[in-house]
Design a protein around this ligand. Structure first.
Ligand SMILES: *[C@@H]1O[C@H](CO)[C@@H](O)[C@H](O)[C@H]1NC(C)=O
Length: 147
C-alpha cells in the first residue's frame, strides 16, 4: 500500500468513527425522530368518591398501575420509534366506569400540539386537547357494566 493510500484509509477510519460517535450521541441524548409528552390529567370533580385509576403501556413499555388525585397529572415522555409505529394505549377507570383509548399513535401524531398530547378524564367522559381544537373536546364516553 502506498503512503498516500494509507493516509487516506486512516482518514476514512477517523471519519467513520466520528460519524458513529455522533449517531450514538444522538440516540442517547436526543431524538432522531420526534419526542412527545403525554399527560393524563385527572379532571374529575373535587368531591369524587373514587380515584382515577390508570394503566398505560406500549409494546415495549409498561408504565404500571397508578391512581391520580383530582387535578394530578400522570406524564411520560418518549422518542417516537424509528419506524414511526409507536402506540401507547391506556385503560382508565373511575368506580364502575372504565374506558380504553390510544393515548398516542404515530399514525395520528399530528393531533398532539407541539409534542404535547393532553388527556383529561372528566365525570362525563374522556377529553383531549390537541392541535385540532384549542380547547378540550370529548373523545370517549365512559363505559359501564364490566363484571
Ligand atoms: C398538568 O400538565 C399540563 C400540561 O403540561 C399543565 O398545563 C398543568 O399545569 C399540569 N398540572 C399539574 C397539576 O401539574
Amino acid at each position: 500500500m502506498s503512503h498516500a493510500h494509507a493516509i487516506r484509509l486512516k482518514n476514512m477510519v477517523i471519519i467513520a468513527l466520528v460519524v458513529l460517535a455522533t449517531i450514538n450521541l444522538q440516540a442517547t441524548e436526543a431524538c432522531l425522530t420526534h419526542d412527545y409528552n403525554v399527560v393524563i390529567n385527572n379532571g374529575l370533580p373535587p368531591d369524587s368518591p373514587d380515584p382515577l385509576k390508570l394503566h398505560c403501556r406500549s409494546k415495549n413499555d409498561d408504565l404500571g398501575y397508578h391512581e391520580l388525585q383530582v387535578n394530578q397529572n400522570f406524564t411520560w415522555s418518549f422518542c417516537e420509534s424509528l419506524l414511526y409505529n409507536t402506540l401507547f394505549t391506556c385503560d382508565v377507570s373511575w368506580g364502575r366506569a372504565y374506558q380504553g383509548f390510544q393515548a398516542f399513535n404515530s399514525k395520528n401524531q399530528g393531533m398532539c400540539d407541539g409534542g404535547l398530547c393532553l388527556w383529561q378524564p372528566r365525570s362525563d367522559g374522556i377529553y383531549f386537547k390537541g392541535l385540532e381544537y384549542p380547547y378540550f373536546l370529548k373523545k370517549f364516553d365512559w363505559l359501564f357494566g364490566r363484571p
